[in-house]
Structure formats: structure tokens, C-alpha cells
Design a protein around this ligand. Structure first.
Ligand code: AKG
Length: 258
């Protein structure tokens, strides 16, 4: 599929599969980043981001769902994903149709016993003012539903921003908020990913991943490139760690946010 076709599919469906776009060397580098993050005991995210209030005390740690390292591209040397993020930038910019600002990336490892990730949009977790950007999700081995591969509600980006979800229970974080999203109302796009496939989706496309039921683990890497039109907006996710370092209202910049 050409990049133009993929950009149109992304606009229309909110998601598009990009077969064979990630070379073996990049997958190897990302697997090495997972191994290095573990070997160096880099801290994993301890909890789901509760965007507007402290984590409720009765919630388990994030490791009930997944092992996650936030923004490994910001590190230098071993375990850094910076080179891979730089290498996929042209793809992301081709999909955006404009220059991209690398906002954050994630290493995401799912093992048997960890729970399913519920339906959610990503935009509500970010301290930015508009959902203009593209998320690339790259499984580091062939993946399907039984290994907890990411799936999508095709077209659901048309709902626009909906309340941010508590990933431990799939309900809105804010008491009384109405998610107004029914996954059965949208066609489910649940690819079987071959090695080297990636999927692109928008910040408001609802997505979820089932529990891993195979032995071993499912590792994935995701990265987010935003439009340069986007501005920091602390009010969208005041508890995001970047709110401590970026100026509210300023155009977004890349790490180190000087
Ligand atoms: O990798 C996964 O299974 C879920 C990741 C996800 O949904 C996210 O990071 O927003």
C-alpha cells in the first residue's frame, strides 16, 4: 500500500495496517531496548496515569496489566529507542502530511496472567490541546489476539475526544462521566501481525488488547508523533509528568523541551 493510500485510510478509518514497514534490524534494536531496560533496572511505569487525581488507593499496580517503560527515546546509549524513533519519523510524517514532533514512546510487554487492556482513546492521557497526530504500534514478534495484539474500533475516531478511561476497569476516570462508546457499534479491526508489520492510528481511535494466553511474552513498541500545530495544555492531563517541564499554552517541542 502506498503512503498516500495509507494516509487516506487513516483519515477514513482511524487506523491502517502497514505491512512489512519495520526492518528486522529495527525489531532487533527494540528487543534489545526491552532487554537493556530490564538489565539496567530502568523504572517501569508504576501505575496507570490518573490524569486529574491521585491513583485510587484500591487499584493494583500497572503491572497487573502490562510492564511498561515510558519514553525510552529520552535515554542516551543502551536501552535508548531514539535511533528507531528517528528511523520511523519519515513514515509518521508521511501519514501526518506535515512535520512530526516526537511526543513520547513506550515499550509494552504483556505476559500470561496480566489482564486485558480495555477500550480507550489515547488523547485524554496527553497534556496537549488537540488530537492531531499519529500513533505507530509495532509488535516485536508475530502477534494475534491470543498474544494480546492491539485491536481497533474502526471509524471510532469520528466520536472525537471522549472521557479518559481507568485502564483497570474500562470506566471513565471521572465519576459521573459517560464514555458513550459501544465497541459493538463499530467494526472491530483485529489484525494478525507478521514480523515487521506496524499499525497506525489516530489519538481518538478506540483500541484495546486482549489478555495474552500463550506462553512467553508479547513485546511491542509504540511512538507518537504530533502535529506542530499542537500546543501544550496542562488542563487536558495535569498529572502527566511533562506538565512539570513544559510551558502551558506553548507550541509543543521535542525532548529536552528547551
Ligand atoms: O500494547 C498494548 O497492548 C496496549 C497499548 C495501548 O493501548 C496504549 O499504549 O495506549
Amino acid at each position: 500500500m502506498s503512503l498516500d493510500h495509507a494516509r487516506l485510510a487513516l483519515a477514513d478509518q482511524g487506523v491502517t495496517l502497514l505491512p512489512g514497514v519495520v526492518p528486522a534490524g529495527m525489531l532487533e534494536a527494540l528487543r534489545a531496548a526491552v532487554a537493556e531496560s530490564r538489565a539496567l533496572e530502568r523504572p517501569m511505569s508504576r501505575q496507570v496515569l490518573y490524569t486529574h487525581q491521585p491513583a485510587p488507593t484500591d487499584r493494583p499496580p500497572l503491572s497487573a496489566l502490562m510492564d511498561q517503560w515510558l519514553s525510552p527515546f529520552q535515554h542516551e546509549g543502551p536501552g535508548s529507542t531514539r535511533a528507531v524513533a528517528d528511523a520511523v519519523r519519515p513514515l509518521a510524517e508521511g501519514l501526518l502530511g506535515e512535520p512530526g514532533v516526537l511526543f513520547q514512546d513506550l515499550l509494552l510487554v504483556k505476559r500470561r496472567g496480566q489482564k486485558a487492556f480495555p477500550w480507550h482513546q489515547d488523547f485524554g492521557y496527553w497534556p496537549v490541546d488537540r488530537p492531531l497526530g499519529v500513533v505507530l504500534w509495532v509488535p516485536l514478534q508475530p502477534s494475534d489476539g491470543e498474544s494480546g495484539a492491539l485491536r481497533f474500533a474502526a471509524g471510532s475516531h469520528r466520536l472525537g475526544p471522549r472521557p479518559v478511561v481507568d485502564l483497570h476497569n474500562g470506566r471513565p476516570q471521572q465519576a459521573g462521566a459517560d464514555l458513550a462508546f459501544d465497541p459493538t457499534a463499530w467494526p472491530t479491526f483485529a489484525p494478525t501481525y507478521a514480523a515487521g508489520d506496524a499499525v497506525a492510528f489516530t489519538p481518538t481511535t478506540f483500541h484495546a488488547s486482549p489478555a495474552m494466553v500463550r506462553p512467553g511474552e508479547r513485546a511491542a513498541w509504540s511512538c507518537i508523533f504530533l502535529s506542530p500545530q499542537v500546543r501544550w495544555c496542562h488542563a487536558n492531563a495535569p498529572n502527566h509528568p511533562l506538565c512539570r517541564v513544559v510551558a502551558d499554552g506553548a507550541p509543543i517541542t521535542e525532548h529536552p523541551h528547551a
